[in-house]
Ligand binder design. Sequence first.
Ligand code: NAP
Length: 321
Amino acid sequence: MKAPISGATLSTGILDSSQSRPHLTFMRVVIIGTGGRVGGALARHFRLAGHAVMGFDRKALDLTRPEIIRDRLMPLAFDTVLLPAALTSLDYAEDHPDEAQAANVTGPALVAAVCADRGARLIHFSTDYVYDGTALGPRKETELPAPVSVYARTKAEGEHQVLAATQGAALIARVSWVFGPDRPSFPDQMIEQAKTGAALSAVDDKFSMPTSALDLCQWLEPFVDGPHRTTGGIVNFCQAGAPVSWQTYGQTTLDLAATLGIRLRTRHVEGRPLATMTAFKATRPIHTTMDHQKLTGLLGTPPRPWTDALRDYLRTYHAPA
Ligand SMILES: NC(=O)c1ccc[n+]([C@@H]2O[C@H](COP(=O)([O-])OP(=O)(O)OC[C@H]3O[C@@H](n4cnc5c(N)ncnc54)[C@H](OP(=O)(O)O)[C@@H]3O)[C@@H](O)[C@H]2O)c1
């Protein structure tokens, strides 16, 4: 996997700006979680868009430490906070519920309270896993969360508390199966393993929607400094397409990679039932593909299909020059 283009790495907590792209308004943007897949992409994107970005990775701002949240945010002047940091490992969260509660609920609620005090915009990130996944069909924002794991329960409670602390003004961006250049994910792992000739298998009876971190950054622009700057509440942010299993995701990755001249020794991903994944500690929901009609209405155009976004990603970060 190739490194992301320059601008990806931010000095922790340093005010940084450039003027390489036009934007509507100059914003001072705090990003909490720049060490992660979404946070890294957001930091690069909004910095290159010309905003002043103050980025914090986990070492610089630990959400489980309320005093650190206050110490870091209080001295800063900012218009917007983007909060992708979270305890995201399902199985780790299942064994560490108190840490998950602190990172995914208490910390975000405190950040939200600071934003409410300052009159600052907050965009908080959540997950399709807040849905229980029992019903077929795309999940709408109006459905009540019914989480089936510690991770999902804490993310659902985090959404609720962030909205309560901001009186509904925060935007909750629910995302699913994110891939991007700032931290390897499923398609990167499939390609690396396929290069070695390893036999590959993936779950074929659990469904969601792969989503590009880079597309996500573009969709968020009007919510940061455009017409939706004051839009609050929950919005599903995901690509378009029919529900995808991990097996379909993996096979499509290898098929696209082959068309892009990426040399693979394994070309097939075998399907396997979720029930065979005996090492999983946390329960995984089955049908969590999200409905993107609300996002489409807000953007005025539908998100592109996941296969188009994945092809672009593989071409940029995996294909030979
Ligand atoms: N990736 C997905 O497929 C996916 C799917 C659904 C929802 N989401 C949601 O999208 C958001 C962004 O996810 P992501 O893909 O960027 O995940 P990620 O790559 O795991 O990044 C999460 C970041 O949060 C940091 N973090 C963990 N505990 C923290 C704490 N106590 N204080 C401060 N930072 C902490 C992590 O630090 P370390 O670098 O030290 O681990 C990591 O840099 C999260 O809210 C997640 O729930 C992601």
